[in-house]
Design a protein around this ligand. Structure first.
Ligand SMILES: Nc1nc2c(ncn2[C@@H]2O[C@H](COP(=O)(O)OP(=O)(O)OP(=O)(O)O)[C@@H](O)[C@H]2O)c(=O)[nH]1
Ligand SMILES: [Mg+2]
Length: 196
C-alpha cells in the first residue's frame, strides 16, 4: 500500500483565484479547528511536519495543497467552529469553502476529521451534506481515539455510523499518537485516487 513517497507541498490559497490547477484527482481534509487535520495528514503520509500542526486553534486559514504524485493531491482545508474567530473571517471562510466545493472538478472525496471526544456536530454534518450533494465520497476519521477507552471509542464509532447510515459515508477510529487507523485511512484514500 502506498505511503506516498513523493509527497510535497504544492501551494497555499487564501483566495478563490489561488487554487492549484484543477486537474487529476484530489482528496480534501476538513474539520473543526484543532480536530487534528494537519496531524492526520502527517500521519497518513508518514511525513512529520508536512502539514503544520498548530498550537493555536484556527491558525490555518489557508487552503494548503500537497502533491502525492502528478495529478494526485491532498488538500488541508481551513478549520471551522472556533468561537474566537471574528465574523469577517468566518464569512470569508464560508465564501472560500463554497467556492472550492462548487468549482472543484478534481475533488473525489472528503476526509472529515472529527475529534472522537466531541463526535459529529452540526457543522460536520453540514460539511458532509455539501459533498454528498455534489456526488463526492466521504469518510469520517474519529481522531484522538487514544483519549477514549475502548468502550467509549466503540460507542462514538457506532453513533457516527448510525448518523451516516442512509448515506455512503464510512467512518473509522484514528489516533496519530497511538498509530491507530493509518492503513485503513490509506486504503480508503487509495481507492478514491485510483478509481476509474
Ligand atoms: N492525543 C492526541 N492528540 C492529537 C492527535 N491528533 C492531534 N492531536 C493534537 O491536537 C491538536 C490539534 O492538532 P492539529 O493537527 O493542529 O489540528 P488541526 O485540525 O489541523 O487544527 P487547525 O489547523 O488549527 O484547524 C495538537 O495539539 C495535536 O497534537 C491524536 O491522535 N491524539
Ligand atoms: Mg491544521
Amino acid at each position: 500500500m502506498s505511503t506516498y513517497p513523493h509527497i510535497k507541498f504544492l501551494t497555499s490559497a487564501a483566495e478563490a483565484n489561488q487554487l492549484a490547477p484543477d486537474t487529476g484527482r484530489e482528496i480534501a481534509f476538513a474539520g473543526r479547528s484543532n480536530s487534528g487535520k494537519s496531524t492526520a495528514i502527517n500521519s497518513i503520509t508518514q511525513r512529520a511536519g508536512l502539514a503544520r500542526v498548530s498550537r493555536t486553534p484556527g491558525r490555518t486559514q489557508l487552503i494548503n495543497f500537497f502533491e502525492l504524485e502528478p495529478d494526485k493531491r491532498l488538500v488541508d482545508l481551513p478549520g471551522y467552529g472556533f468561537a474566537k474567530v471574528p465574523e469577517r473571517i468566518r464569512i470569508k471562510w464560508l465564501q472560500l469553502m463554497e467556492h472550492y466545493f462548487n468549482v472543484r472538478e478534481s475533488l473525489v472525496g472528503l476526509v472529515l476529521i472529527v475529534d472522537s471526544r466531541r463526535g459529529l456536530g452540526a457543522q460536520d454534518a453540514a460539511m458532509l451534506e455539501w459533498v454528498l450533494a455534489r456526488d463526492r465520497q466521504a469518510h469520517v476519521l474519529l481522531t484522538k481515539a487514544d483519549k477514549l477507552n475502548r468502550r467509549d471509542s466503540m460507542r462514538v464509532l457506532q453513533e457516527t455510523k448510525t448518523a451516516c447510515e442512509d448515506t455512503a459515508v464510512t467512518a473509522q477510529l484514528f489516533s496519530a499518537h497511538a498509530k491507530q487507523g493509518f492503513e485503513e485511512a490509506r486504503s480508503v484514500m487509495d481507492g478514491w485516487l485510483s478509481a476509474a
